[in-house]
Design a protein around this ligand. Structure first.
Ligand code: S3P
Length: 271
């Protein structure tokens, strides 16, 4: 009896695995089609409709919610497979402090199913100390060396969203390493916006007691570095996070089209 039930389970698993693989293959084909035809990558209404349909199929069962949860994972897996197929790069966020790298990075990872790394948090996990404390005890040079080591490690990741610290671009070795497997997206914002976003936050040692003018001056010094490192430039002033995430994904996908399809329609995304 037990053997019979177990073989029933085995047969179900074969079907489920097969169905999942076919589902992923179809999702990847859809992504390629969207890429070719300049269509938006993420379609929340379609996902909601699929979920509704699943809900209908499950309504009489006691497993409706756990299976919906399982589907949320399937959606994430699908998006990850789709993105990896059409954009075989890590997405690396650069930009000044307060440009939204961490917030946008987390949202990008949530949507794309990619793994998320925040360079500052990696350094903190490596050392067991907050960034501010590392500046305090070892000075900026010490922090930059830790940053370089963390970046060198993260460069080898795949299917990753990497949010850099604002000063990552100061070292050319970081930029070269990140470019090996990644596309660098520069999140820009006006000095006023940056100031509003970061004021009152005591975690950034380079900004303690800095005025709006100080920030504008520091930004002006770094701007050429961000500009020369960036593959794409995405303005963030007055933009909701969701819109920035969609802009990044769509731009990268359309820009990664095979050359023949790309030439005619692609706008120049650099500013
Ligand atoms: C720095 C930016 C910070 C952090 C450190 C130095 C910089 O990261 O790495 O305080 O030099 O711009 P965020 O840009 O995430 O604040």
């Amino acid at each position: 009896m037990l053997d019979l039930l177990r073989s029933e389970i085995d047969a179900c698993d074969s079907q489920v695995t097969d169905a999942l693989l076919r589902r992923l293959a179809a999702a990847v084909r859809i992504a390629a089609y969207k890429q070719e035809h300049n269509l938006a990558f993420y379609h929340p209404r379609r996902e909601a409709a699929v979920m509704d349909r699943i809900g209908q199929l499950l309504q009489e069962t006691p497993y409706a919610e756990p299976i919906r949860e399982l589907y949320r994972t399937v959606f994430r897996l699908s998006r990850r497979a789709q993105l990896q197929h059409v954009v075989p790069h890590n997405i690396v966020l650069i930009g000044f402090m307060g440009s939204g790298k961490s917030t946008v990075g987390r949202a990008l990872a949530e949507l794309s199913g990619y793994d998320y790394y925040d360079v500052d948090r990696v350094i903190e996990a490596d050392t067991g100390h907050a960034v501010a404390r590392l500046f305090e005890t070892g000075g900026e040079g010490y922090f930059r060396e830790l940053e370089r080591q963390a970046v060198a490690r993260l460069c080898g990741a795949s299917a990753a969203i990497i949010a850099c610290g604002g000063g990552c671009v100061l070292d050319k070795r970081n930029v070269a390493c990140l470019k090996q497997q990644g596309k660098l997206v520069w999140l820009t914002a006006e000095p006023e916006t940056l100031y509003d976003r970061i004021r009152g936050n005591g975690e950034r040692p380079l900004l303690v007691n800095k005025t709006k003018q100080d920030i504008a001056a520091m930004l002006a010094l770094r701007q050429p570095l961000y500009h020369s490192a960036a593959d794409y430039v995405v303005p963030t002033d007055d933009k909701p996070v969701g819109e920035i995430v969609e802009t990044i994904l769509n731009t990268l996908i359309w820009d990664s089209r095979p050359p023949a399809a790309t030439a005619a329609v692609l706008p120049d995304c650099r500013q």
